[in-house]
Design a binder for this molecule. Structure first.
Ligand SMILES: Nc1ncnc2c1ncn2[C@@H]1O[C@H](COP(=O)(O)OP(=O)(O)OP(=O)(O)O)[C@@H](O)[C@H]1O
Ligand SMILES: [Mg+2]
Length: 292
């Protein structure tokens, strides 16, 4: 069985979708087979993984999967990651990444929270057919509503990305408290926060101050990427500790591309950071078999 991780923060714009997409790519570079579930009606992750949804030519998306409520329903919606090389062939990363895509109308499932058992529908949709994947990553909306609760009910662990800003940190704490309080209500009592990933870090005194706060709040749960991060130039190993605010990250998201598709020094730095993050993920959640 794969390890299932939900990416969540009760704050928008902290890099949840970015982390989902580029961590999937980094895990694929390590040879792992990854299923990405886009459970956000914004569908940013779906687009960034190279999947274009033609409104005139409807395909099965998570909206229909959740609506059906059937065991194994997700299998009918699986698409391959759409990243291709300059010859139009799937890249080595994309060959190991599948996607359960989202569309704006997934929001219609939000109002079904009162239906008996609806919170377990994602878990049921994933039963019986995901054994060949090593990892499932579920991207979520920036709230703690029904769609996010479905993602919590389906997961073994939660990864919380947060930028070093007061409101984002408070929102990360709300996720942790929500899980502690409601894991049993979600019929998933062993659900736990596996890590907090600091994103969008700028070299400012304010960010340093807020990072101290994150470390005080979350302690060892902070995935500080404490090396070794192998930089591309000269084999020097340094310790960048956190994911920086770099325009290359935004560029890759806009272009719906893997960081690995750029062949320059900046890109190799971004890839090195995500490779370090993937190593941490594998060490903590895959090698130790830390399933719930
Ligand atoms: N480390 C980073 N450096 C620079 N830009 C970043 C970084 N991480 C994310 N971004 C950019 O910030 C914006 C918000 O990121 P993203 O969409 O991943 O956040 P999100 O948490 O998924 O937002 P939402 O809550 O709306 O789903 C995007 O334009 C993304 O490209
Ligand atoms: Mg998002």
């Amino acid at each position: 069985m794969p390890h299932i991780t939900t990416i969540a923060n009760n704050k928008g714009g902290v890099g949840k979708s970015h982390l989902t997409v580029q961590l999937a790519a980094a895990l694929a570079r390590r040879g792992l087979r990854v299923l990405v579930v886009d459970l956000d009606p914004q569908a940013n992750t779906t687009r960034r993984l190279g999947i274009e949804i033609d409104p005139q030519n409807a395909i099965v998306t998570m909206s229909e999967v959740i609506k059906s409520g059937e065991d194994g329903a997700g299998e009918s919606a699986v698409l391959a990651c759409g990243w291709v090389d300059s010859e139009g062939q799937p890249t080595p990363e994309s060959e190991l990444i599948d996607v359960l895509p989202s569309r704006y109308d997934l929001i219609n499932r939000e109002s079904e929270a009162a239906v008996l058992g609806a919170v377990r529908r994602l878990r049921r949709a994933l039963t019986g057919w995901i054994d060949d994947y090593d990892v499932v990553l579920i991207d979520t909306r920036p709230d703690l509503g029904h769609l996010v609760q479905m993602a919590f009910a389906a997961a073994d662990t939660i990864l919380i990305p947060t930028d070093p800003a007061y409101d984002s940190i408070e929102a990360a704490i709300r996720v942790r408290d929500f899980v502690e309080r409601h894991a049993v209500d979600l019929v998933n009592p062993d659900l736990r926060v596996a890590g907090v990933v600091v994103t969008r870090r700028k070299p400012t005194a304010e960010h340093d101050f807020q990072i101290q706060g994150i470390e005080e709040q979350f302690g060892d749960l902070v995935w500080s990427l404490k090396g070794p991060v192998h930089w591309p130039d000269g084999g020097v190993t340094v310790n960048p500790a956190y994911i920086s605010e770099w325009s290359r990250f935004t560029e890759a998201d806009a272009a719906a591309a893997s960081l690995n598709s750029y062949n320059d020094r900046n890109s190799r730095k971004t890839v090195a950071l995500y490779d370090a993050l993937a190593s941490r993920f594998i060490d903590e959640l895959i090698r130790t078999g830390a399933r719930a």
